[in-house]
Every structure is written in structure tokens, then in C-alpha cells.
Design a protein around this ligand. Structure first.
Ligand SMILES: *[C@@H]1O[C@H](CO)[C@@H](O)[C@H](O)[C@H]1NC(C)=O
Ligand SMILES: *[C@@H]1O[C@H](CO)[C@@H](O)[C@H](O)[C@H]1NC(C)=O
Ligand SMILES: *[C@@H]1O[C@H](CO)[C@@H](O)[C@H](O)[C@H]1NC(C)=O
Ligand SMILES: *[C@@H]1O[C@H](CO)[C@@H](O)[C@H](O)[C@H]1NC(C)=O
Ligand SMILES: *[C@@H]1O[C@H](CO)[C@@H](O)[C@H](O)[C@H]1NC(C)=O
Ligand SMILES: *[C@@H]1O[C@H](CO)[C@@H](O)[C@H](O)[C@H]1NC(C)=O
Ligand SMILES: *[C@@H]1O[C@H](CO)[C@@H](O)[C@H](O)[C@H]1NC(C)=O
Ligand SMILES: *[C@@H]1O[C@H](CO)[C@@H](O)[C@H](O)[C@H]1NC(C)=O
Length: 423
């Protein structure tokens, strides 16, 4: 044990002793992280941020078990200027160091895959150093999705479907590689925020109505197949008039407890046990993925306690043998006496306090979901702005003030503190 701790310390020292840039010994042809970052004009904000965070709270030393750190996603200076238009705005404008530390940890990836090794079209789900349970109630560190799209565009997809693009690949340093990205990753949100963001309000309301929301939201390592609103509307009274017990059983049939299965894990023909006790069956047909007879219309929405796949229909535990008709785009309802309602069931059960359902993000439709990255872009003002939880201490957002122009006074304090601790 002792030699292991020593090894950890040595790795930290080698990979992360970057604070006093320029004074490091030469280590072969590769440079240390600090020298690498300080030489990149587009990474000055990120460099400032990690210097401050390291001395304020040592995020790196929190996770000795996860020291296989090899890949750092470094947002460029322009990325930090976009923060006001993202879910991170509140945390950064409040200088909420705890949340910002979690955000940073989400940018530190385990494993040494380089961008050059990605296979076009195949998503990989890379574990990060983010383990705070509010964003990561999954084993082994919250994941970020990485996929190379056509035209060799490499995309990373984070919480709430936010995407960013690789702008500069595989800058090597002694401890791994730095990948430069054009927006910050957003740590995955809890269930209610994710449902609200993707307009999955009938399912959310049904969870409230059956008092199952809490158990779904706090179930670690979960895969949840969430029918979209159209899927509920198709059923009308067939579901709206169910008893609480029957509805609860239907909802449980959509939860796979204790296993996080991304789209790439959903193998053809697999039977998967649900919370309800019954199995659901995965079917591949062409580019489409189905569970029972429902098509997955948006795969791989990362959430705090696992992953959500949006489906076009409510699954019926009493008809586990339902098969899709891949020849048609929208699968029919699998409940007796379904008839389409004009109103959306269950949404009135959602308490409308601070976070009422909003209708902001795009919900991808149709086919070809296995690539998975067809989600929301982190861009302009459409995004919700307050979703990452904030809590206590201050001091850090200042590190990017130099580039963004806000919180200049805080910057001096924060950098002053860091410099004192270095010296
Ligand atoms: C650095 O940023 C500028 C402006 O944002 C951009 O034009 C340039 O391509 C970036 N350089 C690299 C290597 O990413
Ligand atoms: C989630 O997975 C981790 C690692 O496999 C495990 O330690 C933890 O107990 C799991 N939690 C649940 C509730 O399944
Ligand atoms: C994480 O999962 C565990 C086990 O399911 C649960 O008890 C706990 O409340 C969850 N934590 C959060 C923050 O959801
Ligand atoms: C469902 O409930 C509504 C109102 O509660 C009622 O009008 C309707 O007749 C019911 N339908 C069925 C099929 O029971
Ligand atoms: C679920 O599938 C497993 C494995 O295929 C099987 O052993 C089990 O009997 C099935 N359970 C039900 C309730 O059908
Ligand atoms: C999936 O399995 C079914 C039979 O279980 C088969 O008919 C179908 O062709 C398979 N799909 C693919 C894409 O291989
Ligand atoms: C959300 O779902 C409702 C019900 O299906 C629909 O009327 C509304 O247009 C949807 N909003 C968005 C933004 O997709
Ligand atoms: C999700 O997070 C928001 C913001 O922190 C909070 O208001 C909401 O209650 C949380 N939802 C659950 C199910 O914990």
C-alpha cells in the first residue's frame, strides 16, 4: 500500500507539477503539462483556472484510485466566453468553487486513447474523474461521449446533450495528451432537470403521480428508457385512467437498475431485466434500435445517475413479446383500448416551483440513433441558464476574468492566493 501511495504521489508530481512553469527539468522530448499549457495562446484561461483550483482545493489529489489520468479536455479561451449562455453560468458568476471543481474534474479523462485512434461513427463513453454523486451516481466516474463524425469532426457530448468540438488534437505532455475543445463540458444533471430539458414531461409527471420520482432519481447506475410525450399521448385513457399501482408497474418496466447501458452496449437480441421484474428485449434493424416494439429516437442522454434513451412508445409489461414493424417510422401503441388524447397526461402532477418544465432543447427524431451524438449544440442564448447546482465557497471563476472581462477584482484575489501558496 505504501509503495502504491508513493507511486501516486510520484505520478502527481510528474504530471501535475506544472505550477512553476518553465523551471521543470527536461524529460526527454516531451514537455510537462505546465510548460505545454503556458505555451498555448488559446489556453491561457484554462491554465489560470487549474492553477487556482489546484492550490485552492487540490482536485487531483482527491482521486488517487483514478490516477490513470491520460487525457485532458482543455476548453480554449473562446469556450470560456460562452459560459454566460450555458448551464454553467450561475456557478461561474457566483464563483462557486465546489461546482467549478466538479466541472474541471469532468474534463479530466481516464485512459490514453488519442483522437487519432477514434473510429468514425463509433461512440465511446470515456470515464472521467468526476465522482461527486450529485452529477455522477455511477460507478467508475461519470462518462463523456466521444465520437468522430463525418468529415473527421470529433465531438464530445456531455450532460443535457451539450456538444463541443475538438479544435486541436493530441498535444502530448509527459502524463498524457491534451485535447483542445471549443466549449466547456456540462456535468450531467439530475433526472428532473434532464426531463425538463428534453421535454419528457409526461413520464416525469407519471413518476410524480406514482411517487416514484425520488426512487428513480436516486437509483445509482441506471438505464432508463423514457417514452416521449407523443408516446404517452397515443395511449390516452389506456394509461391516463390506470390505477396508481398499474401505472407504477408500467414505469418500473422502463428502468434497468444497477447497470448503465449506453447504446453501444445494447446488443441485438439481449433480454434485460427491469425494475418491474419483467424483461425487455433489444432489437436491431437496419440503423434502428428498438426495445420491445418501441424505437429509440434519441440515445445516450447522460444523466447524473446513468443514461436515458428516449423511445417513441410506452412499453407494456403485460406484452413483453411486442415486436416493431421496422418498415414504418412510428410504432403503434401496445396497450388495449389506446386512443389518442389531445391533452398530455400526468403533467399537472409536476410541482411547479423553481424549475417548471421548460421547452428549450431539440429532441431528435427518427432513425440512425446509434451514432448517438445527434443532440443539442452548446451555442447561443437558447440554453437554460441556471441548472448546475451552486452551493458555497467563492473565488475561482475569477481565473477566467483575464480573458472574459468579468470578475476582475476576484481574479486578483484568487491569483494572489495561488501565487502566495506557490511561493
Ligand atoms: C486560436 O484561437 C484563434 C481565435 O479563436 C483561432 O483562430 C486559432 O485557430 C486558434 N488556434 C488553434 C491552434 O486552435
Ligand atoms: C454502482 O456501481 C458501483 C461500482 O460497480 C458499485 O460500487 C455501487 O454499489 C453500485 N451501486 C448500485 C446502487 O448499484
Ligand atoms: C446515489 O445512489 C445511492 C444508491 O442508489 C442513493 O442512496 C443515493 O441517494 C444516490 N445519491 C444521489 C445524490 O442521488
Ligand atoms: C377515463 O377517465 C376519464 C375522466 O376521468 C373519463 O371521462 C373516461 O370515461 C375514462 N375512460 C375510460 C376508458 O375509462
Ligand atoms: C428474463 O431473461 C432471462 C435471460 O434471458 C431469463 O432467464 C428469465 O427467465 C427472464 N425473465 C422473465 C421474467 O421472463
Ligand atoms: C437481430 O436479431 C434478429 C433475430 O433475433 C434478426 O432477425 C436481425 O436480423 C438482427 N439484426 C441485425 C441488424 O443483425
Ligand atoms: C413538448 O411536448 C408537448 C406535448 O407533446 C408538445 O406540445 C410541445 O410542442 C413539446 N415542446 C417542444 C419544445 O418540443
Ligand atoms: C435536481 O436539481 C435541481 C436543482 O438543483 C433541484 O431543484 C431538483 O429538486 C433536483 N431534482 C431531484 C429529483 O432531486
Amino acid at each position: 500500500m505504501r509503495s502504491q501511495s508513493w507511486r501516486h504521489l510520484a505520478v502527481y508530481a510528474a504530471a501535475l507539477a506544472f505550477a512553476v512553469a518553465g523551471t521543470n527539468a527536461q524529460t526527454g522530448s516531451l514537455t510537462d503539462l505546465g510548460t505545454l499549457l503556458s505555451g498555448q495562446k488559446n489556453l491561457t484561461t484554462f491554465y489560470g483556472l487549474i492553477q487556482v483550483l489546484r492550490y485552492v482545493s487540490s482536485p487531483f489529489s482527491r482521486h488517487p484510485e483514478l490516477i490513470e489520468l491520460r487525457q485532458i479536455l482543455a476548453p480554449n479561451n473562446d469556450a470560456f466566453k460562452k459560459i454566460p449562455y450555458t448551464e454553467l453560468n450561475k456557478a461561474f458568476s457566483d464563483n462557486d468553487q465546489d461546482v467549478i471543481t466538479n466541472v474541471l474534474e469532468y474534463h479530466l479523462l481516464q485512459g490514453s486513447r488519442t483522437a487519432a485512434e477514434l473510429i468514425p461513427g463509433d461512440s465511446v463513453f470515456i470515464p472521467t474523474l468526476l465522482t461527486n454523486k450529485a452529477y455522477s451516481n455511477v460507478s467508475g466516474g461519470q462518462r463523456v461521449q466521444n465520437v468522430k463524425q463525418s468529415g473527421d469532426v470529433v465531438v464530445f457530448v456531455s450532460g443535457l446533450g451539450n456538444r463541443c468540438t475538438l479544435t486541436q488534437a493530441d498535444l502530448k505532455f509527459t502524463g498524457g495528451v491534451v485535447q483542445v475543445i471549443d466549449s466547456l463540458l456540462i456535468p450531467p444533471s439530475n433526472l428532473t432537470e434532464t426531463f425538463d430539458s428534453f421535454n419528457l414531461t409526461a413520464f416525469e409527471g407519471a413518476l410524480y403521480q406514482t411517487k416514484k420520482l425520488e426512487s428513480f432519481a436516486t437509483a445509482a447506475n441506471s438505464t432508463i428508457f423514457v417514452p416521449n410525450n407523443d408516446g404517452f399521448q397515443l395511449l390516452g385513457p389506456a394509461i391516463a385512467n390506470m390505477t396508481v399501482e398499474a401505472l407504477g408497474s408500467v414505469l418500473d418496466y422502463h428502468l434497468l437498475p444497477g447497470q448503465v447501458l449506453y447504446s453501444t452496449d445494447l446488443k441485438n437480441g439481449t433480454k434485460l431485466p427491469t425494475q418491474n421484474g419483467g424483461n425487455i428485449t433489444v432489437l436491431h434493424s437496419g440503423n434502428n434500435l428498438y426495445v420491445n416494439s418501441a424505437a429509440i429516437v434519441q440515445a445516450d442522454i447522460l444523466c447524473a445517475n446513468g443514461v436515458i434513451h428516449v423511445i417513441d412508445n410506452v412499453l407494456n409489461p403485460l406484452g413483453p413479446g411486442a415486436q416493431p414493424n421496422p418498415a414504418i417510422a412510428e410504432q403503434g401503441a401496445v396497450f388495449a383500448s389506446a386512443s389518442e388524447y389531445s391533452t398530455l397526461p400526468f403533467t399537472t402532477a409536476i410541482p411547479c416551483t423553481t424549475s417548471c418544465p421548460v421547452t428549450s432543447s431539440s429532441v431528435a427524431s427518427g432513425s440512425g440513433v446509434t451514432g448517438g451524438a445527434g443532440t443539442k449544440a452548446t451555442s447561443a442564448a437558447g440554453s437554460k441558464s441556471s441548472s448546475v447546482k451552486t452551493s458555497s465557497s467563492k473565488a475561482v471563476a475569477a481565473a477566467m476574468a483575464r480573458e472574459t472581462g468579468f470578475h476582475a477584482a476576484g481574479l486578483m484575489v484568487a491569483l494572489g492566493g495561488a501565487v502566495m501558496m506557490i511561493g
